[in-house]
Design a protein around this ligand. Structure first.
Ligand code: HEM
Length: 219
């Protein structure tokens, strides 16, 4: 989509269309593909959660710090916060095996640095917010079910995928509605779409980094 086309469609559509190819690539990442096919062990998944912990610590700190910005305020919702859930899942699933610390989270740290750099820039914050939380409320819920089955968790260690008091379908419709009415000018919209694309690339880098250790995560 060109920048002119982006300006004529609702922001939620510009986000979705602007990240479709990158989404397909993220789904196809070897680490994710192997995880979804039951080829990654629990230590690999714990490493993944540790990367997510770095990302969500940044996302939720920046969202809170900017919560009084009139644009961020429209999207900010503490009910979405995942950091405490991620920490609980790491606690529940960690066995202390050395393989759980193979990944140094350099990609997640670079991702977190970009999120921190977005502080004070509402369109960029909204972009990061959309990329993680709408993902968590979409494919994320199916991923939780697959992990539950694969690892025989019986619901244990899956707080990341459990949103208290949020019905995903209705919430996502309302979220898109809020996105579409944000008072952003064309330049800000274009910046937000670019930042969504950058956020997807950061997620790819997180998967690529975890993928380097697949031999040790095999099950
Ligand atoms: C195994 C990997 C993944 C699967 C199976 C998956 C699956 C899905 C599915 C089925 C949807 C559509 C849901 C709907 O139409 O309501 C979706 C949407 C979405 N996913 Fe993923 N996804 C994966 C990875 C990712 C990653 C890595 C990200 C980025 C962090 C991401 C971000 C999103 C976003 C932002 C949406 C919402 C698109 C929109 O409607 O605007 N997904 N995902």
């Amino acid at each position: 989509m060109t920048i002119t086309e982006q300006a004529t469609v609702p922001l939620s559509v510009a986000f979705k269309k602007g990240s479709q190819d990158l989404h397909d690539q993220a789904e196809a990442a070897t680490f994710i593909d192997d995880l979804m096919n039951g080829k990654v062990n629990l230590a690999g998944y714990v490493n993944y959660l540790k990367s997510l912990r770095v990302v969500y610590a940044a996302l939720e700190e920046v969202a809170r710090d900017n919560a009084t910005d009139p644009i961020v305020a429209v999207m900010h919702d503490p009910a979405l916060e995942r950091l405490a859930s991620i920490e609980a899942d790491i606690e529940a699933l960690s066995t202390g095996a050395p393989e759980e610390s193979l990944c140094q989270h350099e990609a997640a740290t670079a991702y977190a640095a970009d999120i921190h750099a977005a502080s004070g820039n509402a369109p960029a914050i909204v972009a990061h917010h959309y990329t993680r939380y709408l993902g968590d409320l979409s494919g994320g819920l199916a991923i939780g079910k697959i992990l539950d089955r694969t690892f025989g968790l019986e619901g244990r260690g899956l707080a990341m995928y459990h949103f208290e008091d949020i019905k995903a379908k209705v919430y996502k419709e309302n979220y898109r509605e809020r996105l579409d009415h944000l008072p952003l000018d064309d330049a800000q919209r274009a910046e937000a779409v670019r930042e969504v694309q950058s956020a997807f690339r950061h997620n790819q880098s997180v998967f690529a980094e975890l993928g380097q250790h697949l031999a040790s995560y095999q099950r």
